[in-house]
Design a protein around this ligand. Sequence first.
Ligand code: GDP
Ligand code: GDP
Length: 436
Amino acid sequence: MKPTLVLVGRPNVGKSTLFNRLTRSRDAIVADIPGLTRDRHYGHGKLGDKPYIVVDTGGFEPVVKSGVLHAMARQTLQAVDESDMVLFVVDGRQGVMPHDKIIADQLRQTGRKIMLVVNKTEGMRTAFATSEFFELGLGEPCAISAIHGDHVGELVELALSGFHTQLEEAEAEAGKYPKIAVVGRPNVGKSTLINTLLGEERVIAFDQPGTTRDSIYIDFEYNRRRYTLIDTAGLRRRGKVFETIEKFSVIKTLQAIEDANVVVLVLDARSEISDQDTHIAGFILETGRALVIAINKWDGMDNYQREIVKREIARRFGFLDFAKYHFISALHGSGIKGLFPSIDAAYAAAMAHLPTPKLTRALLAAVAKQAPPRGGMSRPKLRYAHQGGSNPPLIIIHGSMLNHVPETYRRYLENTFRDTFQLEGTPLRVEFRTGH
Ligand code: GDP
Ligand code: GDP
């Protein structure tokens, strides 16, 4: 599991600036997607070969009330409880504020690992910038400037130093059975869907979670195929029924998405698409997981209402156009059977083996049909393609002058590969490597 860093602090101390810096390396993936780059709260980062997840709790806070009693909202506290490392951000120009002390007290009580981050210290001497923050009792403060990036690398290095994430291990262990995560914001019907699913199917194994942080993994069969369901809703088994005890958890959701092969994103047809839906969708896209969208509570809606919902989803979730949509009623069980062919197809596409000769043939055919445009004095030369990874499939194109290939042409190739290899339901990544 990737470690999760959770950013906590008063408004305006620089959490979202730091968030953007911590997730910058992965931003290219979501950079040109309208509605996704601004105001994100969940993202990926990487330091060397160490990946991590970042959560900015700034987005969880209700508009700050005048009092300081609500120093941290319930969702923030929950994220803190489930974090691997809390980065408590304070403002080095303002100094210690009363609100900081309250947050510090609350944080200390959680017993989580905490780093005190003094931001906005560009141009200040470190010792001077941090001295007064020792009184918060959270150990030695780290002085950074989120805006300029000063000491942010060291901060992350320190934050991750106790964690050994082994990507390969997780990836090798995957791929036994398709791992499906059912995710969505609270009340969209995840538990209802899982109950309906498991009520009909043969449940093979059901692990009780070790700690509140753990998601539950449930092995089950459907149509004589085996799957592992990653539950984020906090399910407990009671006889034949499953009941939900805990409430929605952002970090469990993010971890489940990370660990899944296919994500089923549940949306509620009866309420508007919210920022939380979009943030989860953005995280899925960034992670590169295969995706099936289930629009729930479709029962009892007339055609006119359905049409409005369809249009709204197409408008807001245009960036997920690789995913299949299903209109379901988790409560009545309708439409659920239809999810599985899409899950299977998305899994197959995500795990597809794409041989170099076939990829290269498809590449050269695409180039013959439409050559890449000249970039300045030179025309890029695309020579061959090979597969660099799966879930999501990564296609690496080799040649020369490839840094001149425009984004539109990259998309053209992506679509060509998608069509040629019938890669439905998964994001696809196409990268260029110039050799010498
Ligand atoms: P948040 O409310 O905690 O997410 O804070 P923001 O990231 O929105 O930042 C609040 C303000 O502080 C913005 O005007 C930022 O440009 C500014 N800011 C953030 N980081 C730094 C920094 O390192 N130095 C300075 N001088 N300003 C910063
Ligand atoms: P979760 O928080 O995502 O796990 O959502 P729940 O499964 O707890 O469902 C939230 C509420 O929506 C409950 O009152 C459910 O009975 C209701 N609900 C779930 N699925 C459906 C559905 O397909 N149709 C209707 N009408 N209500 C549903």
